[in-house]
Design a protein around this ligand. Structure first.
Ligand SMILES: C[C@@]1(CC(=O)O)c2cc3[nH]c(cc4nc(cc5[nH]c(cc(n2)[C@H]1CCC(=O)O)[C@@](C)(CC(=O)O)[C@@H]5CCC(=O)O)C(CC(=O)O)=C4CCC(=O)O)c(CCC(=O)O)c3CC(=O)O
Ligand SMILES: [Co+2]
Length: 307
């Protein structure tokens, strides 16, 4: 059973350090390192071809994709993640896509995993940042499912596809796609997120805020529904004090829920809907799934090549 997070987009492949001279084959010559690289490249290539980019072929050998949603008492959350799962299936027909929840909705993740036949599965968190749920809950559930060979994909955020979804939801709520120079001086956005005690979560949310600010051309300030500061009202006040009188609230949530609703209620102007089942979310789920498989293919190749 393996359960580990693959490298994120921004980081380098972990195989790099293992190819240093210290771990090269005993003869240690440059050409043997080149042969090793070739072997890894060709084995990685054959693994990658299993993950067709056209998304149209059937993939009977592909590991199941388990979409790990948070869960909410708000019934719209369940219907939203079910719609998202359906969109993922439409993008890759033949891939087995299951849904499991961390809390508050059924099926719960441990039950989803228990129902899978022995084999490989990739858990794709429908979570945005490295917090408690990513670091504790999902690895714990994966460790319990000893009949499965599990890879855990990286959290969805940060990623440009999330910025695409956030932007689309803002425009739906009334954000202008053509801001004047005066608008760019008076407008701003609060990026409302769940919040975590884990500082890595705020680092991830801050990165998304920066990407959204580049996209919009106005300041974007993260704010949190729980466990972290500032709150949405505090962030709105701070922006207003800086002369920003048109402050929109972007909803950095995967689905409608208590947190998303509370943040939207604090909006002084327009409030966007959560990212939900936007097409960019379905594409990002498959991207994280593919990334998790590529990193396991790279690790397997390296293992074979150095065995
Ligand atoms: C650890 C904790 C914070 C702490 O204390 O550190 C924390 C953390 C996180 N929650 C996240 C997401 C969501 N949380 C909810 C809902 C609730 N979350 C609550 C508690 C806690 N959540 C603390 C544990 C305290 C304990 O031990 O119980 C509830 C039970 C109680 C309450 O807050 O009152 C409340 C029930 C609502 C109700 O009463 O109905 C929803 C659904 C919804 O909003 O309806 C979403 C999905 C939002 C979406 O759709 O995106 C993320 C973002 C993960 C990511 O995306 O990255 C993190 C961050 C992380 O993982 O660390
Ligand atoms: Co929570």
């Amino acid at each position: 059973m393996t359960a580990s997070n693959p490298p994120r987009d921004e980081s380098t492949q972990p195989s790099g350090s293992s190819l240093s001279p210290g771990t090269a084959p005993t003869d240690g010559h440059l050409d043997s390192t080149a042969q090793l690289m070739n072997r890894i490249t060709s084995q990685l290539g054959s693994q990658l071809s299993l993950v067709a980019l056209d998304g149209r072929r059937r993939h009977p050998e592909s590991p199941a994709l388990v979409l790990v949603a948070h869960g909410s008492r708000d019934p719209r959350a369940l219907s939203t993640v079910e719609t998202l799962a359906e969109r993922v299936r439409e993008l890759r027909p033949g891939l087995s896509v299951r849904l499991g929840h961390i809390e508050l909705n059924e099926p719960l993740l441990p039950d989803t995993l228990a129902a899978l036949r022995p084999g490989r599965a990739v858990l794709v968190p429908l979570l945005l940042s490295r917090g408690y749920h990513i670091k504790q809950d999902i690895p714990e559930a994966a460790a319990e499912a000893s009949h499965l060979n599990i890879r855990i994909a990286a959290p969805l955020g940060p990623h440009p596809l999330l910025v695409e979804a956030l932007y689309a939801r803002l425009v739906e709520a009334g954000w202008s796609t053509r801001l004047s120079a005066a608008d760019r001086r008076s407008h701003a956005v609060v990026l409302a997120a769940a919040g975590s005690r884990d500082p890595d979560a705020a680092t991830d949310t801050q990165r998304t805020a920066e990407l959204l600010a580049e996209r919009l051309g106005v300041p974007v300030v993260p704010a949190y529904a729980s466990a972290a500061a500032p709150t949405v009202p505090d962030a709105v006040r701070a922006l207003t004090a800086r002369g920003r009188h048109r402050v929109a609230v972007a909803s950095y949530f995967t689905a409608p829920g208590r947190f998303a609703s509370e943040c939207a209620e604090a909006a002084p102007w327009i409030a966007a809907a959560p990212m939900g089942a936007h097409a960019a979310m379905a594409r990002l789920v498959l991207h994280r799934y593919d990334e998790a498989l590529v990193s396991s293919a790279a690790a397997a190749s390296l293992h074979l090549a150095t065995a």
